[in-house]
Design a protein around this ligand. Structure first.
Ligand SMILES: Nc1ncnc2c1ncn2[C@@H]1O[C@H](COP(=O)(O)OP(=O)(O)OP(=O)(O)O)[C@@H](O)[C@H]1O
Length: 685
């Protein structure tokens, strides 16, 4: 269904739309409703030995004669939930994987029994020879019956096919693959979704699958006839579009969902305003393709980020330290998703819908609200409002959750809902988080919902050539003379250069290069850099103040930064990175008091330099404020701590005022504070 939006938007005639709805509806309902029914029938035949309330995991353990550990099940069961006992919620992909695993395991069982039989037989032959020599004549209990399946622990499943020979499942899987491929084409390529011929191709493929099942499982004629009749009736029922059916809403999403989401995000994400440069860059133009490291396994494999979806697990966690580029990676994935038709992001072809949710959001209360934001038009229709989420969960949607470490009381409910609702669907979830904070909580959330996940960590830009490549893109985009900024970067000593392994720091380097190039050559230790970044903020505020006063503002600025730093710390303690107008009021009041003593101006003059204003795109909703980056908020908070320690010798505990559970949000702040202290008072850190 990729590429749907553009085609749909340019179609003029209503009649065409009706034709398209009809074609899509039949194909989508064919692959999402009829085909799984047929495959479930085949699975039930492969599983005749399974008790109805027994989970597939327990069943497989019974056949294997041993329990699977978590990791073993991850390997054996793939994405099959541990407690799954009925395949009703699995779609073609899941059913295919399940059948493949079961049939392989059954073959294994038969092979091991045959091996045991042959060993027993040779022992028996020896015994017979011995006993015949001694004149004895015990019957051999291990004697193999025709087909060799009597000793198999599979009591009801026969090893023999219809022709009396050991069954051959290759053809069955060929037919199944045909159905699966049709599903993927229909779900992922909009031209195919629209293609009327696919509907009859699917019907033929399913009918052939039933016939192949007849051969493999020696099915009685009457059962095969019944299945074929059901198939025929189901396909007939799809000849008219049923607006009440959930597949009608899948169809509507297929037609307009992607365009709606593109309209919501593209403008917001395609440009980026850099923190202090006041320059706008095109996000895709400056994007540096980051590598990721596989967290599990001994050898810490490094992969391009585009490989993350090759992992079979439903949930993909991308972790990375502050400013490692997690959010930027997600934003680029969203943008690339809209460019799919140009063929430059094939790794996203497996998804036909996309939802983005930011954990820092403190106003969106439910998943239904998230869906409403994404598919406003569809949700305006009464039936749409009720059905869009359900329909989405039947499609191959990618749910992107940004910044789990920033999750708050409100957004935690939305995240939980996403994980719960997608757990038994075909959708996948991509979540970013800083590695320490909240990761355990996230893993717990996934485990309680039986969601298997895998983690990739963003690889820092440790090599000089990577850092230069990164900077060169910004150099070009910002119109800086080629080589000017990169040459300056090359002059850094190694101790300082290792600070620039994260993109955010390289961006701050661009800031320094523009506003205080002379300081770069004076950096000796990492602590010098964070200090200069705060100095840079002061310099920019001073410039603003110069428009309204010619008085000396240094002391006043220090006081203002203490107020801002204190607020930054308090917000971080509560894991808050976006602030409402109301929350900011308190800070403004304090700033005004300080300003009044020296100059008659509004607090906006200061806050407009330090904070970024986020106005809701739609016009609805409230304006929020953030620091230009969470790391900058952390630097301000750290500076406040350092100043309090130096000025009043206060204890860290009394400055932080943090409850034990709040301490994890302060990790990075403390790192900056230690750097600051060791710079100013080497013994104090
Ligand atoms: N791959 C990239 N290519 C180009 N610029 C990048 C890239 N990654 C990050 N940046 C720049 O670095 C800044 C910080 O990155 P980002 O906000 O994505 O980090 P993060 O890991 O989400 O940080 P945090 O954990 O603090 O929220 C971005 O605003 C962007 O300007």
């Amino acid at each position: 269904m990729a590429g749907q939006s553009e085609q749909t938007s340019s179609r003029p005639a209503a009649v065409h739309i009706a034709d398209e709805i009809y074609a899509i509806y039949r194909n989508v309902a064919g692959v999402l409703y009829v085909a799984p029914k047929v495959i479930r029938f085949v699975v039930s035949k492969e599983c005749v030995d399974k008790k109805s309330d027994e989970s597939y995991k327990k069943y497989m353990e019974r056949l294997k004669g041993k329990e699977f550990s978590k990791t073993e099940w991850k390997r054996h069961g793939g994405t099959i939930a541990e407690d799954l006992s009925h395949p009703d919620d699995l779609d073609i992909t899941g059913l295919y994987a399940l059948l493949e695993k079961l049939s392989r395991l059954h073959d294994e069982c038969w092979r091991s029994v045959a091996l045991a039989d042959s060993e027993n037989k040779s022992e028996g032959d020896l015994a017979t020879a011995t006993s015949s020599m001694s004149g004895g004549g015990q019957p051999n209990n291990n004697e193999e019956l025709p087909g060799g399946d009597t000793k198999c622990p599979l009591e009801k499943l026969s090893r023999l096919g219809m022709n009396g020979l050991p069954r051959d499942v290759d053809k069955l899987f060929d037919k199944l693959r045909k159905v699966k491929n049709l599903r993927n084409e229909i779900m992922h390529e909009f031209e195919v979704t629209l293609n009327n011929e696919k509907f009859s191709e699917l019907k033929t493929a399913l009918s052939e699958l039933i016939e192949e099942a007849e051969r493999v499982y020696s099915l009685p004629q009457s059962e095969v006839e019944d299945q074929k009749k059901n198939l025929h009736d189901d396909f007939e029922s799809l000849q008219t579009t049923d607006k009440k059916s959930i597949y009608y809403w899948c169809t509507r999403l297929a037609m307009s969902g992607k365009l709606a989401v593109k309209n919501l995000w593209k403008t917001k994400l395609s440009k980026e305003t850099l923190p202090l440069l006041n320059s706008i860059v095109q996000r895709l133009e400056v994007f540096h393709a980051l590598d990721v490291m596989v967290r599990e396994g001994p050898n810490g494999q490094v992969l391009p980020y585009t490989e993350i979806f090759k992992a079979p697990e439903k949930a993909i966690i991308v972790s990375g330290v502050a400013g490692a580029g997690k959010t930027t990676l997600l934003k680029n994935i969203v943008l690339q998703f809209f460019e799919l038709q140009e063929g430059n992001a094939d790794y996203l072809r497996q998804f036909n819908q996309l939802i983005l949710f930011e954990c820092r959001d403190r106003t969106t209360e439910t998943l239904a609200d998230v869906i409403k934001q994404h598919f406003k038009e569809l949700c305006r229709e009464l039936e749409g409002k009720r059905n869009v989420l359900d329909a989405l969960l039947r499609l191959d949607a990618l749910f992107i959750i940004d910044g789990y470490d920033e999750v708050n009381k409100v957004s935690t409910n939305v995240v939980e809902e996403i994980i719960k609702k997608t757990s038994s669907s075909n959708c996948r979830v991509l979540i970013t988080t800083r590695p320490h904070s909240a990761k355990e909580k996230l893993e717990m959330l996934l485990a309680t919902n039986d969601v298997i996940s895998t983690e990739f960590e963003i690889k820092p830009l440790t090599e000089l050539n990577e850092q230069l490549e990164f900077l060169a893109r910004y150099e070009k985009s910002l119109g800086i003379k080629k080589g000017e900024m990169t040459e300056s970067f090359k002059t850094l000593n190694n101790d300082v250069r290792i600070l620039f392994t994260e993109p955010i720091n390289l961006i701050l380097f661009c800031d320094m290069h523009k506003h205080m190039p002379e300081t770069i050559s004076s950096w000796e230790k990492p602590g010098d850099v964070a200090n200069d970044i705060l100095r840079l903020y002061k310099k920019l505020v001073t410039r603003k103040l110069a428009d309204v006063t010619h008085l000396e503002c240094e002391v006043m600025l220090d006081d203002l930064f203490v107020v801002i730093g204190k607020a930054a710390l308090e917000f971080i303690r509560e894991n808050t990175v976006t602030f409402s107008e109301k929350e900011l009021l308190q800070v403004k009041r304090k700033c005004i008091q300080i300003l009044k003593s020296t100059v008659e101006c509004s607090s906006e003059i200061i806050l407009s330099v330090v904070l970024k204003v986020n106005r809701p795109l739609s016009g609805a909703g409230k304006t929020t404020y953030t620091f230009h980056h969470k790391s900058i908020q952390e630097m301000f908070a750290a500076e406040f701590i350092v100043q309090r320690i130096l000025a009043r010798n206060d204890s860290l505990k009394s400055i932080l005022k943090a409850k034990p559970k709040e301490m994890s949000s302060l990790r990075e702040v403390l790192q900056y504070a230690v750097q600051g202290l060791s710079r100013l008072r080497p013994g104090a850190a």
